[in-house]
Unconditional design. Structure first.
Length: 218
């Protein structure tokens, strides 16, 4: 069965390719001892089958050390041909919040060996997604603030003004090597404060404006 997401006021929609952006907040890059990207974003891919809702669903590697990475997530609303320059926010039809769950120990091992991150980033249940909001409901907003909490304790706070590569830049870069298709998702990067969470943890993803609060259970 094709994985789907929920879009408020629309229903469900199929999930395409998932693009993850790494180290897009300088403080997060530094907290993990990574270099801050210069010139071009760090990009990795996640399988559509990694998507799960806020509560319930399978989670591979649930007994390992899995870290939360809360992020603003974008949905591509129209095909963007290879080489398109500056498609901008008009190409995004919905936004939401998500968790890019990461097998941290595995990722560190892969990085040490100079290998791709796939086994640390793309596994069943690793892309936790809130319902998405149509951008037509966002009054032309181009910047968003959000929070992530476990058991009521805020662990991450994001403001997309602090992203190293903003949304138009990300879209132009991704389109420089791939045609982007309707339904593709972009996890735009996580702010500082990542850390472990475990199966059964109750968490909250909160978008500040337009205000939405979503509760979930890992």
């Amino acid at each position: 069965m094709q994985p789907t997401i929920t879009i408020e006021g629309f229903g469900t929609a199929a999930v395409g390719t998932i693009y993850g952006i790494g180290r897009n907040y300088a403080d997060h890059a530094k907290e993990l001892g990574n270099q801050v990207p210069v010139g071009e974003p760090v990009v990795f891919l996640k399988a559509p089958s990694s998507v799960r809702a806020l509560a319930g669903g399978s989670l591979a590697f649930a007994t390992e050390s899995i870290h939360h990475e809360a992020e603003l997530v974008l949905r591509i609303g129209q095909n963007i041909p290879l080489g398109t320059k500056n498609p901008g926010w008009a190409a995004i039809d919905a936004i939401g919040l998500g968790l890019d769950l990461t097998r941290r120990e595995k990722q560190n091992d892969l990085k040490t060996k100079g290998l791709p991150w796939t086994l640390a980033k793309s596994f069943t249940g690793s892309s936790v997604l809130s319902p998405m909001i149509k951008t037509s409901e966002c009054a032309g907003q181009e910047h968003f603030k959000f929070k992530f909490a476990i058991d009521g304790k805020t662990l991450q706070e994001g403001d997309t003004r602090q992203m190293i590569f903003d949304v138009p830049t990300l879209l132009t870069f991704l389109a420089s090597f791939n045609t982007l298709l309707t339904g593709d998702l972009i996890f735009t990067g996580t702010p500082a404060g990542v850390g472990p969470m475990k199966r059964g943890d109750r968490f909250t993803l909160e978008l500040m404006e337009p205000h939405r609060r979503w509760d979930g259970v890992l």
